[in-house]
Design a protein around this ligand. Structure first.
Ligand SMILES: Cc1cc2nc3c(=O)[nH]c(=O)nc-3n(C[C@H](O)[C@H](O)[C@H](O)COP(=O)(O)OP(=O)(O)OC[C@H]3O[C@@H](n4cnc5c(N)ncnc54)[C@H](O)[C@@H]3O)c2cc1C
Length: 367
């Protein structure tokens, strides 16, 4: 029988890592599951290079930062510097982290929660869901495209190979800039293909300037506007490939002609945006409340918000939800009533939620 952890944490961003630190501090056994290659993958993927990280505290907050180790410095530092500091905290903290593992579902039997992942199953007395709000969208094609990366984990991987980046916005552009820079520094002239299903790419001025700079410094980029990923297939050598249609010529006889490129899936990165955690909550059977008839001030009409206690416990007993996953608001059960609670998506909120959730769990487990 596998180990029974006191707390199993899903998601290794500020909220999840803060939970692991708190568990360690209180002597609770824990395991943190992170889908990316390292802790704080969400931030590493979503912040543009060089972005400053601010230690923002909401105006109406009554508490200071409660997990000081992960607090962004008062004098803002770049995301790279903040990530270095965090990795040091993770290393020194002796946290129990399992990377490249993604949550699938959770079963309960006689008070024990079994968390099924894409690798194996783990058992825990309590679960904290801290997977943030940026759940990368999956590429939908005929066949399977699971091998396609959803962000840039390790830029070195793309040196010396023709790379395809899919997506038309800033996050795709940021990934391309990083790859072009790494290729330039390694004297590698292999191209980066940039595909987008629309005819125009939409990036902000600052990103466009950085991209332009890389191109002028020799970056080899091939634009593929109007390109549509179609098929995930395995070739005769057993390699998984993504076929992307780059143009179509409609013929009067109805037999259309089109051109397509086929890339090894390991050369492809899809930056096609993210979706909220709603579909995961539904899959896990977390009760959601629909904002209707002007009930919500922050949630939009028709939006479905997680229903939680003041200690962030959901209606599935033993499962808590914290951090960006419940921003910008959730429904709180308060003295018999259900009220919408504002929950800004900030590092401060993620850290302080973690403190409160683990504190509540500690009290419960210690009887
Ligand atoms: C561009 C940008 C700039 C920002 N700047 C600031 C700032 O300056 N100051 C500030 O306070 N806040 C800032 N924020 C907000 C801040 O980053 C978030 O509030 C914070 O990261 C939320 O932390 P979290 O741990 O809840 O979620 P995340 O940081 O999103 O972490 C969630 C983690 O869970 C992992 N995960 C997802 N799904 C699964 C799964 N199924 N199984 C296992 N793991 C999973 C992800 O890989 C990720 O590592 C910014 C946000 C963005 C997008």
């Amino acid at each position: 029988m596998s180990l029974l952890y006191d707390v199993l944490i899903v998601g290794g961003g500020p909220a999840g890592v803060a939970c692991a630190l708190m568990c360690k501090r209180h002597g609770l056994s824990h395991l943190l599951l992170e889908s990316g290659k390292a802790a704080f993958q969400g931030i590493a993927h979503s912040y543009p290079a060089g972005k400053l990280v601010y230690p923002t505290i909401p105006k109406d907050a009554s508490e200071p930062f409660l997990v000081e180790e992960l607090r962004p410095p008062e004098e803002p530092v770049t995301v790279e510097e903040y990530l270095r500091k965090v990795q040091e905290v993770v290393r020194q903290g002796g946290l129990n982290i399992q990377t490249e593992t993604s949550l699938q579902d959770i079963h309960e039997e006689r008070g024990v929660l079994t968390v099924r992942t894409d690798r194996e199953s783990y058992r825990a007395r309590k679960v904290i869901l801290a997977f943030g709000c940026n759940i990368p969208r999956e590429l939908t094609v005929y066949g399977d495209a699971k091998m396609v990366a959803k962000g840039l984990d390790d830029v070195e991987k793309y040196i010396g190979i023709k790379t395809l980046v899919i997506g038309g916005g800033n996050s795709a552009a940021d990934v391309i800039i990083s790859i072009l820079r790494a290729k330039r520094e390694a004297n590698d002239s292999t191209p980066v293909f940039w595909a987008h299903r629309a005819e125009t790419f939409r990036v902000n001025k600052e990103t466009a300037q950085r991209l332009g700079e890389e191109i002028l410094l020799g970056g080899n980029i091939r634009l593929l506007p109007g390109a549509i990923p179609r098929i995930g297939e395995v070739d005769s050598q057993g390699m998984e490939r993504l076929v992307i249609r780059i143009n179509i010529f409609e013929q009067p006889d109805g037999i259309d002609l089109y051109h397509a490129l086929s890339f090894p899936m390991q050369n492809v990165i899809a930056c096609i945006g993210s979706q909220g955690p709603g579909p995961i909550f539904e899959r896990l059977g977390i009760q959601l409340i629909t904002c209707t008839g002007g009930v919500c001030k922050i949630g939009k009409e028709g939006e479905r918000l997680a229903l939680l206690t003041a200690e962030f416990e959901s209606t599935r007993r033993g499962i808590h939800i914290i951090g960006g996953a419940i921003s910008p608001s959730f429904m709180r059960i308060s003295e018999g009533a259900i009220v919408e609670e504002k929950h800004p998506n900030l590092i401060y909120t993620a850290l302080n939620d973690a403190w409160h959730a683990v504190e509540a769990i500690r009290r419960k487990l210690n009887g």
